[in-house]
Design a protein around this ligand. Sequence first.
Ligand code: GUN
Length: 300
Amino acid sequence: MATATIIDGKRYAARLRAAIAVQIAQLKADHSLTPGLAVVLVGDDPASQIYVRNKGLQAREAGMHSFEYRLPATATQAELLARIAELNQESAVNGILVQLPLPKQIDPEAVIAAIAVGKDVDGFHPLNAGLLAVGGTAMVPCTPLGCLMLLKDYAGPLAGQRAVVLGRSNIVGKPMAALLLREHCTVTLAHSRTRDLAEECRRADILVAAVGKAQMVKGDWIKPGATVIDVGINRIPTPDGKGRLAGDVDFASAVEVAGAITPVPGGVGPMTIACLLLNTLTATCRQQGIPAPDVRPAAE
Ligand code: GUN
């Protein structure tokens, strides 16, 4: 009975953050520059508060400046846009992230479009999405960037591999498909209307699941030896009533078939914040006309 390699994203992300910290120290020594990340949180969603706190902590740990802005849940779109306009002008701020989701009265598309393209460390601005699609120098969304790094290390040479991406969101699915295409994979972007999803998945050498449905992808959907990246973070009930996190992949059955697989938690999740720090470093360098370093995880 084969058992997959379990991809330790938590450890990989810690190594990546260590490598980023080294580059930031270098940037300070050589250019007297300290990257600054501004995170804006509107309202008091508990999950968002935890994410924002972790982003600030990890940014400071890597040697960056971290600026946090909180607006009340009742804030207007105009108030948020005014804050973004200030941050766009602020030279100490190299990266801007507005935590999503936003309260109902605010249009997320208008907010994303208002962020200066070069400071858009989420890579959500339509110009960055377009640059990624046409092969330009874009800011790449953090979660797909983290998935790609793991794939480069665990899936062997990517060129020519059949990749299936499940889910067509602007945040994960579409940019993931664009990145895999850039790596010369043969890419299928599957979604809720795809006919015979299981059959599409069975053809995949690389399977990236980002649909938000707990344990949807079963072991018998997976090609033996495939590399499986699980982006899902879903809370499922447990007998003790506390619930636990589960991915979009049914880990217990998938681990028997896949060649390598990310767990949930501890897989893709920690890579997202590490890639946010990487994007902030990259944005800082580009703004200053300094070549952005090709950051690789520090050796174990
Ligand atoms: N909310 C959940 N994930 C993200 C993310 O990657 N970026 C932003 N801005 N908000 C989020």
